[in-house]
Design a binder for this molecule. Structure first.
Ligand code: MG
Ligand code: MG
Length: 256
């Protein structure tokens, strides 16, 4: 069931979204050669703690997971697509990092992710990240009343495919609200004009995931969480929590 949010609820969700935005900005600023993924997690934890927010990631255990998630961010490096568990791994020159973070404030959740490089960037990585951001922007632009879920999915998928990248099947966006994962699903590829009509008060996480090698294949790492590309190529992830309003899409996790 898709729950529609009131304008007041959307304002409250914006407050949660802004904490996520700050946590991601802080994690990105802290990320450098030699910094560990656990240190990035600690930076994000501190932002949540100071804001009086809790983490919807910490202790999260979906049906596929062997263990509760142990951190407030997912940190996915290089061939890791999403759901990377922060470890003592220290970032190296040229790494591509995707950080995903959530926050819960006053019972409302925000969910957002970004990808960036550390040290000297490979041009191919910059192009991959730029395409992920462009796919996200296209999805947000399609998140308007009168469109359907398939229009968002199509907009996201077209940007990814046109650039020659792969899209991991079965993973994508979702409704956000009191819980991190609500209905509806928001696929990263689809047919325009199909699916649920978009209505004011729907809040969606739109989150393109791109595989540089151009295949759609991935596997779950032995930790039971991390999704990695089957071809070993690098991956990028971009995500915002977006409210559909009569005045157009409102990005609740915008970074300012
Ligand atoms: Mg996320
Ligand atoms: Mg999400």
């Amino acid at each position: 069931m898709v729950e529609l949010k009131t304008d007041t609820s959307i304002d409250e969700m914006y407050a949660a979204g802004q904490i996520v935005a700050r946590a991601l900005t802080a994690a990105r600023q802290a990320a450098d050669v030699g910094v560990s993924l656990l240190e990035l997690d600690e930076v994000a934890r501190e932002v949540l703690r100071e804001a009086g927010a809790t983490s919807p990631f910490l202790g999260y255990r979906p049906s596929f997971a062997p263990t509760p998630f142990p951190a407030v961010i997912c940190a996915s490096v290089n061939d890791a697509i999403v759901h990377g568990v922060p470890t003592g791994y220290r970032l190296r020159d040229g790494d591509l990092v995707s950080v995903d973070c959530g926050a819960e404030l006053a019972g409302w959740v925000g969910d957002s992710a970004l990808s960036f490089t550390v040290g000297r960037a490979r041009p191919a990585d910059l192009r991959l990240i730029e395409t992920a951001e462009r796919a996200l922007a296209a999805g947000i632009e399609a998140a308007v009343v009168g469109n359907r879920i398939g229009d968002i999915a199509h907009a996201v998928g077209r940007v990814c495919r046109t650039a020659g990248y792969g899209i991991p099947h079965g993973f994508g966006g979702h409704g956000v609200g009191r819980r991190m994962h609500e209905d509806p699903e928001v696929p990263n590829e689809g047919r325009p004009g199909r699916g649920l009509p978009l209505r004011p008060g729907m809040v969606l996480a739109i989150e393109p995931m791109l595989i540089a090698g151009g295949t759609d294949m991935y596997y779950t790492a032995p930790d039971g969480w991390t999704l990695r590309t089957s071809d070993g190529s690098r991956a990028a992830h971009a995500e915002h929590t977006v409210a559909i309003t009569g005045a157009g899409p409102r990005v609740l996790t915008e970074r300012r």
